[in-house]
Design a protein around this ligand. Sequence first.
Ligand code: SF4
Length: 368
Amino acid sequence: MKYLDEYRDADLARRLLKEIQQVQRRPWVLMEVCGGQTHSIVKYGVDDLLPRDIELVHGPGCPVCVTPLELIDKAHAIAARRDVIFCSFGDMLRVPGSECDLLTVKSRGADVRVVYSPLDCLKLARKHPEKQVVFFAIGFETTAPANAMLVWRAKQEGIRNVSVLVSHVLVPPAIEAILDSPWNRVQGFLGPGHVCAIMGYREYEEISARYKVPIVITGFEPVDLLEGVLMTIRQLEEGQARVENQYVRAVTREGNQAAQELVAKVFEVGERKWRGVGPIPNSGYRLREEFSGFDAERRFDVAAIDTQEPSVCISGEVLRGVRKPHDCPAFGNDCTPEHPLGATMVSSEGACAAYYLYGRRQKTTVGG
Ligand code: SF4
């Protein structure tokens, strides 16, 4: 398949590995930002192929993982109402809240539906004017344009029985929080390819210059990831720190400006809480005041719901690249994908789940 097969080519991967071995002189710690990259790295064993002293640590870029537990509980409280059709992408249905998951809420009689586009909610709202249609709008910058379009069109078309439960987070403030941490070990980043397809990479240039850290916007296939590592290591060995774009088939410096404009009309930047990490200033989107009538948290008055994470869970440190899943005493015992305790086990893009699913249940690999 074009744009996939050639990026899984074994000969090309071998050539890139050889080049990495030739370029690398010193030990380096790199972070892949996206959960999709983590998933590919663990699935294809990319980290095991690298020289022993290039360590990949796993970043915070799994949107399901970082959705706060209390927001999931709020989703359940709203979904359980008899006047609500609660819509979500399929990946949120099995994510447990404090008591159960959305599938269980559905099995108790709630009208919970999987949609393939946020705009499907408009059709449902028109078809069921007696119901409130709520969309669970989670994700990074990548999913924000489609969610913004739902709210924008609902307002334009005067559809009042639609609202969104928003948990949008932004990558650049998370990278800054990692770099500001006194425990930071990360010396270079494989930047988030999908996010930059929408946002471009101008905002990463300022971060790279300020923290003197290389950021290479990278794709998701094994050859992408190896080339991203090579480009990052080359900069580090040469004492460089700039933004480069490995993922040229999808990303431009400016990104998708029409999508950015729509997002800016509907959302504004504000503080967001990240599951496992806590609040990060200016790290998420919330609806602008003129669209606040479409905010499900206001419409259904669920603001008082609060929760606590299990004390054993170290997913905050895993998400910041400070520790690995094996460092957690609950990994693979009390905490599994079937019974996740914390953020990085709830989605296959979370580092703990990826380690579990691809057989990394024991600490046998270097850097893994
Ligand atoms: S294994 Fe589970 S409890 Fe441990 S850090 Fe990962 S998500 Fe948290």
